[in-house]
Structure formats: C-alpha cells, structure tokens
Design a protein around this ligand. Sequence first.
Ligand code: NDP
Length: 404
Amino acid sequence: MVGSFLTRRRFIEAGGSIAATSLIASAGTAAPGQTSGAASVKGQPMPDGVKLPATPPRPRAPDSVGFAIVGLGGYALNQMMPRFKDAKRAHIAAIVSGSPEKLQRVGDAYGIPANARYSYEDYAKLASDKRVDAVYIVLPTGLHADWAIRAFAAGKHVLCEKPMALSSADCERMIAAGKRANRKLMIAYRSHFEPYNLEAMRLMKEKAAGDIRLLRTEQSYRMGPTSPAENWRTSRALAGGGPLEDYGIYGLQSALYLTGEMPESISATTFRPTGDPRFAEIFAHVSSQWRFPSGAVAQLVSSYDSAGINFAEVRGTTGVLSMNPATSYAGQKMQLNGRELTPGDPGVQFVGQIDHFANAVRDGTPILTPGEMGLRDTRLIEAIYESARTGRTVKLAPDAKMRA
Ligand code: NDP
C-alpha cells in the first residue's frame, strides 16, 4: 500500500478504519470565504458496492426504539443499517435522504413504509411520526449540529456520528437543545463497545503495563485524488481541519481512555501542501504532543497523505500494550508484552452502541459516550489547532467538563 493512493473503501477493506471530520475556526486552513461552500445538505448517488438486504427485517421487541436514519451514505448503508437486524431493542423505522433513488431502493430493501421515507425538506414532519423515537445522524460532520438540533425540536432522541461537530460552540448548542427537549444525546464512539478496546481500558486501569509513561497513536491513510467540490472530507465547511477530526479522533479518544487522564498541556503542528486540490482547504497531517498530570506524555499523529495505519501503543514502567489495527471495523490485533490477546469479536461494536442507546432511551440508563464527551474532545481538537496556529504550547486548566 505504501506509496499508492487509497480510496476510503479500499483502505477499510485492507483492515483500516476511518471516521469523521470537523472545522475549527482557528484551524487556519483557509481564509474565510475560501471554503468550498456553505454546509448544506445535498443528496448523493448510491455508493458503489452497497449490499442491500434480500429479506425483510425480523419481528421486533414490543418496546423496540424506532430510528430514523439521516443520510444514506457509505457508513450508514455498509456498516450501521445492516446491524440493526441484530439489535435487541432497536429497529429502522424511517429514512431521510436527499436522493429519491436511495429512498426508494433502500426503503424497499429495508421494508420502510413509503410514508416513512423523508426528504430533508420534509424533516420537520418527523415530529408527528410516532413510529420514530430517535434519529441517527450520519451526515457530513459540518451538518451534525443543525440536524441534531432540528431533531430535538421534533421531540426525538439523537444518536450522532463522530466527531460530534465542528466547534465546541456547536457541541454546546446541541447539548443545550437536548436538555431543553428532555431528550437523550449520544455520540457514536463505537470503540467503547468493542471488546479489544474495552479489554485495553481494563488492562491499563489494572496497571498491566505498570505506570503509563509514553503513549503513541497514529491514524493515517493516503487519500486518492479529489477536491472539496467532489469529496466533503476535503471541504473545510463540512470537515474542519481534516484528518484529525475524521480519523485521528480515534487516537485522541484512545489517549484519554487508556491513560484515564486529561492532558495538562498540548503542543502541535500541522502541514498543508500548496497546489494539491486534496488539501486546498484541509490539512494533510496533524501531529500533537500531550503531557498528562501523572508525567506521562503522548504523541498523536493523523494524516490523509501517508501509508495506512491505525495504531495505538502504551509503554509503562513494566510493559507494553500494542494495538494495530487499534480501532477498525474488524481485524483488531492486540499484544501485551508480546503476548497476543483475543478478547472477542470487534463486530459487536456496531450493534452494541445501538442497543446501549436504546436502553438509555427506554430505561434512562446512563450513556457511556454522551454529548459532553464529544464536547470534551472537540475542545481538545481546538487546543491542538490553537497550538499549531500560534506555535505555542497550550496549557489546559483542569475542568470538570473535560474529564477523561
Ligand atoms: P458519505 O459521504 O458516504 O455519506 C454522507 C451522506 O450524507 C451522503 O450520502 C448524503 O446522503 C448525505 N449528505 C447530505 N448533505 C451532504 C453533502 N453536502 N455532502 C455530502 N453528503 C451529504 O459519508 P460517511 O457515511 O462516510 O460519513 C457520514 C458520517 O459518519 C460522518 O460524520 C462520518 O464522520 C461518520 N463516520 C463514522 C464512522 C465510524 O466508524 N464511526 C466511519 C465512517 C463515517 P443522502 O444521499 O442520503 O442524502
């Protein structure tokens, strides 16, 4: 793979994993007015290679939570929607898309009634659709905040893809809207439901590598030729600074849940080559160095222009925990002091988060990955960009809202 461009699909098939994106005003990628356009919804063609179900969904539990899927893109169609059939307490009740073709084909395949297939223009009508308890926002990141807030206004609970939004101000608006509506908000951080990462958290808490001294994470792949007009992941308005928000967020999360600490200082650097349409608005690489109150230090790297890797490693006083790939859809590998660990099937992470959210909606159980966690992470992303922009180390005041 080294030295060749990868499409996102090929990288995932090769065992990597990708996530979301976000815009930080201080990112300094492009001057205001130089972005590829406003963040507005726009239906897209059916992605290549989507396998729609051949059989209708099975009967569901009487208290099953009905979800409206908002945005029928690659992740929704290839990963999340097929997992609903395994959910104990959730089902797809409606779909929302800007593509009439997808509304018909996906709606038919999933047995969604014709009057539960919504365009973005009809979104507000969800308010009177009693079949829908919650919406799952799987839109480009720059659209998460507004469409989550509209869902709350319609009285629905919200499961929102990562990263939560493009700025901490937007995250705060989402949290406030959820509270006003008295509805739940969860960020779809799937690694919190994935056996390898759960085991890694447990091992680090038990000091299986001793006291943590060093942590390194790297999430990278080489993006094929594209431009902001063609691919929202390279548009500042929809994707923020780029690789950090989309993919490096997994490393950021790992650094927090493996150490169990919040950093007290961050220094960072970014790189954006000139003359490459992929990086007209976003960064090619983002690298940051963190110091934790315990004295541990972390190095986090993310890139859209280097050979693919999805890696996390913790070095403690007595041992090493290594994860590669660390947070993929499947194929995780993990070693503790050279010993291979196989704690379970990573495939359960998708339905795990769906049922976790459904239980929170029905029973009021606490959400492991709430909006406050998305806000915390967005603030850290902002600190990374502030350090890169100013060339200074950013000191972070201990803050209850920013707990690891
Ligand atoms: P895609 O580009 O494949 O799909 C996005 C969909 O959003 C489109 O198909 C379209 O659906 C809708 N859309 C509405 N407005 C726009 C617009 N202006 N530009 C582009 N699309 C638009 O993206 P992904 O599915 O890969 O990502 C969607 C979200 O899921 C992101 O937040 C991403 O970070 C997250 N994600 C999370 C992953 C994880 O592992 N947790 C992995 C991958 C993505 P339609 O045609 O139906 O209107």
